[in-house]
Design a protein around this ligand. Sequence first.
Ligand code: NDP
Length: 313
Amino acid sequence: MNETVYDVIIIGGGPAGLTAAIYTSRASLKTLILAGQPAGGQLTLTSEVENFPGFPDGIMGPELIGLMQKQAIKFGAEYVEENAAKITGSAEKGFSVVSGSGNEYKAKTIIVASGASAKWLPLESVQRLRGKGVSACATCDGFFFKGKVVAVVGGGDSAMEEALFLTKFSPKVYVLTRGGKDSLKASKIMLKRAQENEKIEFVFDTEVLEVIGENAVSGIKIKNTQSGEEKVFDDVKGLFMAIGHKPNTDFLAGLVDLGPLGYVVPVDNTKTNVEGIFVAGDVGDWKYRQAVSAAGFGCVAALDVEKYLAGKE
Ligand code: NDP
């Protein structure tokens, strides 16, 4: 067992966790980052990031994460590529975090910044073309499809929002839903907005069989689940997943209050219902899910931890 008692253990090595670590370590708090396995969060699965302030020419997601890591380590944060498997203890007695590799770490406070993972269709072609025309974030990648026809998979609010956003760039956006017209999960208002947009075309009762292309998307093969009829849409050059996200909160079950969707529910800014445990980034934010909003959330959590440890709150 590592005998060090850290001021703060940060669970998560994405923009939220690393920004929190820059702030806590720069404030001379003894900081350990459990960066995950694989480390780095969703940005490491993205190609170019064009909307993170400070990089007018864009920056590759893994490079951005690498720079954040470097900055946190420069100020003294320790960094291990391990997942949190279990948290025990309390603010009074101190917390213990056991990692997936069986190591145990002790701390006075914890920032949970473990993120949320987008769900992807379980197709080999989807895996292969991730970041090469298949994306799970229209806000991040929509711009790359200027003037091109794209498709969104899903029938919930995220799908409607992504499709509406994509109409800013694309002449045509297909929304592919596996259910029929009357079984969509999207709220009435979002659905109405999407239906009223003339660039959006709904294709109901549809399963995606394959994304066609080697290094870029050149079309999609779909099947009508009612008739069994298969079709190729060779005009589609980008495919967006909007089939839900899963917050990475399994290790918190029974300890920290989770909302109905499984996300951590902050009770007072970044504080959770458990004294000494704070939250930052997508794991506590089902709505905005941006690298820069996660980074801001991480900064705020670090400042809250700093105040808490100084006995000011
Ligand atoms: P939802 O769970 O609401 O919807 C997921 C959609 O993906 C459903 O249409 C579902 O189909 C479909 N789906 C799931 N798995 C597959 C699959 N393997 N193949 C094809 N389709 C699949 O998730 P969202 O991310 O849309 O929304 C999550 C929450 O966030 C909701 O509460 C939503 O209201 C909220 N939200 C609100 C927004 C807003 O108010 N502006 C914007 C975005 C989200 P099926 O119905 O058949 O299961």
